[in-house]
Design a protein around this ligand. Structure first.
Ligand code: ACO
Length: 429
């Protein structure tokens, strides 16, 4: 039975269709509200606004459910490879053997960068934040592949762009790291898997053999899967909005990387470890920091706690917490900063302020802990997040293009000055 929503404005009743999703979530389609009544809706931060109908990721924040294309995140993190998940997100189905072989082969053979890109890297200052480098370099890829800029590009061109992006992002990420360490470039190895190749390009040297540690490789594979999509979050919404102007996919993803960088989004994983280090430096008084986070006159927030959508628990955090424990045990790591993390988690989980607001450790709380254990430097944490999120951004961009969605263009309620006459310079107060 189709439902309708009725809104009464200035005594006139307007009817709007109710849209129902495949998991029975409901939305009022108010797209004709302004045309009919002159009113718009106002929703800071889009906390209650759907911008699209999407078939990619299902997220139920109340019950802690996350599924990509219908598959539970728990199963995918446990059983799949990152490239399988990337294929699933982008094309809608898990690949069969032939499809996965073709996809993997194509990704493996597009990993090299144009040698001119090395000169871009040389121009960045020492210590440049890798997210800044990554965002710029991804955008610059569009200049090497001008066919990507044509809004009427063929399906074959779109496929090539997608494969190039997935293939080259790890190469660019590793190169950003090498730039800051001053170590020589390690070129991609076609005989390694996606995660192993990335690790070798990061930590290997051209003059030495590099053995990929299977514990580390498995942990990275899992982390990338857990980050691969998360429906209409800040960076994904950015990718869709930028892409809606028919900007090319490289530039849209570059904008997504910029959005992800912020400490309230993907940058939180770096901020978590910085916070834990600061707590340790300060003597380790956890209650003091908890009180700071609760104090409304203090801008400090407990990084890695809270989530816009998950208000009970983040299912990814559950998986990643277990993985963090395994990695620390398997690698035999003891680290006082990680001990502080565990204690902080317990104190916050038993504090009325955090309980009342549904503030639980999110995926970034534990991912930072694993990255630290794997010797990945702090400023690379968000880069790892970007590697994971890439297939999600691509899938969402592709869906937006295929659905022929209109250009993203919110409205506003103007609160500035009414019309006033221009005052000549000499006559102003
Ligand atoms: N520490 C202390 N208080 C917090 C925190 C926190 N980390 N997060 C939220 N709160 C409080 C707010 O002050 C607010 O309190 P009030 O109701 O008394 O005013 C209440 O909880 C609700 O917070 P909002 O900011 O309204 O929630 P919103 O959904 O807008 O923000 C966000 C979500 C940005 C994730 C927030 O929880 C936060 O800043 N967390 C820390 C940063 C972080 O870990 N970000 C990673 C998010 S996950 C991701 O991007 C992968």
């Amino acid at each position: 039975m189709s439902e309708t929503a009725r809104i009464i404005l200035d005594g006139t009743e307007y009817e709007f269709p109710v849209i129902q999703g495949s998991e029975n979530e409901k939305a009022i389609d108010i797209s004709k509200l302004r045309a009919q009544s002159g009113y718009i809706t106002l929703d800071y931060g889009f906390k209650n606004t759907g911008s699209t109908q999407s078939a990619i990721t299902y997220l139920d924040g109340e019950n802690g459910i996350l599924r990509y294309r219908g598959y539970a995140i728990e199963d995918l993190a446990d059983k799949a490879s990152f490239l399988e998940v990337a294929y699933l997100l982008i094309y809608g189905e898990l690949p069969n053997e032939k499809q996965l072989t073709y996809f993997t082969d194509s990704i493996t053979h597009h990993t090299l960068l144009h040698e001119n890109m090395k000169r871009f890297f040389e121009a960045f200052p020492a210590g440049a934040h890798p997210m800044g480098m990554l965002s710029s370099m991804i955008s610059s890829l569009s200049t090497f592949y001008p066919e990507s800029q044509n809004p009427n590009r063929s399906v074959v061109d779109i496929e090539k762009t997608i494969h190039r992006l997935i293939a080259k992002l790890p190469t660019l990420a590793a190169q950003a790291y090498k730039h800051n360490t001053g170590h020589p470039t390690v070129y991609p190895s076609n005989d390694l898997g996606y995660c192993g190749n990335f690790l070798k390009m990061m930590f290997g040297l051209p003059t030495q053999d590099y053995e990929v540690d299977p514990v580390v490789e498995r942990a990275i594979n899992k982390l990338l899967i857990l980050h691969a999509d998360h429906e209409q979050n800040c960076s994904t919404a950015t990718v869709r909005v930028v892409g809606s102007s028919q900007a090319n996919l490289y530039s849209s993803v570059s904008a997504g990387i910029a959005a992800l960088w912020g400490p309230l989004h993907g940058g939180a994983n770096q901020a978590v470890i910085e916070m834990l280090e600061a707590i340790k430096e300060d003597g380790g008084d956890l209650q003091k920091w908890i009180n700071k986070a609760k104090d409304k006159n203090d801008s400090f927030r407990l990084m890695g706690f809270g989530h816009r959508v998950y208000k009970n628990f983040d299912p990814r955090a559950k998986i990643i917490k277990k993985a963090a424990d395994e990695v620390l045990e398997q690698l035999g790591i003891e680290d006082p900063v990680l001990d502080i993390a565990k204690e902080l988690e317990q104190v916050a989980l038993n504090d009325e302020y955090f309980l009342a607001r549904g503030l639980y450790p999110n995926v970034d709380f534990y991912s930072g802990i694993i990255y630290r254990a794997l010797n990945i430097p702090k400023d690379m944490f968000t880069v790892l997040f970007a590697l994971g999120r890439l297939p999600g951004w691509i899938a969402q961009w592709k869906e937006m293009v295929e659905n022929r969605e209109p250009i993203g263009r919110p409205r506003q309620v103007f609160t500035g000055a009414n019309h006033r006459d221009f005052v000549n310079l000499g006559q102003r107060d």
